[in-house]
Design a protein around this ligand. Structure first.
Ligand SMILES: [Zn+2]
Ligand SMILES: [Zn+2]
Length: 220
């Protein structure tokens, strides 16, 4: 499994079932995968004619290894992550990141921006609003651009279900209230941390999408 899918100005790179989705937008990536499959990552970037050194920013949706393990491959990128998960990155915490489970090694990295609820991050034409959605981890975030109705959900929700709470930092009650917060948001593009994206012709609420996930094309 793997592939590249272009969704307007957003490129979805999937390296393997283990890696998080990597979203490439202009000079920013959202999540970086495990770092195990860097050959595939570099192949994908080559196909896209993107130099890895031209990536200036990484936004991590949360501090799990499958989303942050590849941060180091983007040598010129600074890192933004919610303040509640920032220490996982800064300490290279193998327990809280779940790196041990993946047999991965995490090097400590500096966090440039500790994100908070309501922060806004300009990426290309999008103004991504940080929505703090704890539950999967204490510092899980979703990112929402209200203009294009684009929602990056990390591991909080997927196109066919909700995130796990049985991993380090998980809390079922928090996840429930986070999902309640997202439910009324209008989305045209729901871009999760794993699995395929959903792209709709007309906006629906997250609750509607979750109730009946539209079939979306598989690509490769
Ligand atoms: Zn994940
Ligand atoms: Zn996760």
């Amino acid at each position: 499994m793997g592939g590249i899918r272009k969704i307007d100005n957003i490129v979805l790179i999937r390296l393997s079932d283990m890696d998080s989705n990597i979203y490439l937008i202009d000079d920013t990536v959202i999540d970086s995968g495990t770092g195990f499959n860097f050959t595939r990552l570099f192949q994908a970037l080559k196909i896209l004619k993107v130099d890895v050194k031209s990536i200036n920013h990484i936004i991590n949706t949360h501090g799990h290894f499958d989303h942050i393990g590849g941060n180091g491959y983007f040598v010129n990128a600074d890192i933004a992550i919610h303040e509640a998960d920032a220490e996982i990155v800064e300490n290279g915490d193998s327990e809280k990141s779940y790196a041990d489970f993946y047999d991965g090694r995490l090097s400590p990295r500096e966090v440039k921006t500790r994100l908070k609820e309501g922060d806004s991050i300009k990426v290309d034409a999008m103004d991504l609003e940080v929505i703090h959605t704890p539950g999967h981890t204490p510092g899980s975030i979703c990112l929402y651009d209200s203009k294009s109705k684009t929602l990056f959900t990390g591991d909080t929700i997927f196109c066919d279900g909700i995130g796990r709470t049985d991993m380090p930092g998980g809390n079922e009650e928090q996840l429930k209230s986070s999902i309640d917060r997202l439910a009324s948001l209008e989305v045209r593009r729901l871009l999760p941390g794993h699995g395929d994206a959903v792209v709709l012709d007309s906006p629906k609420t997250v609750a509607e999408v979750m109730a009946s996930p539209p079939s979306s094309e598989e690509e490769d």
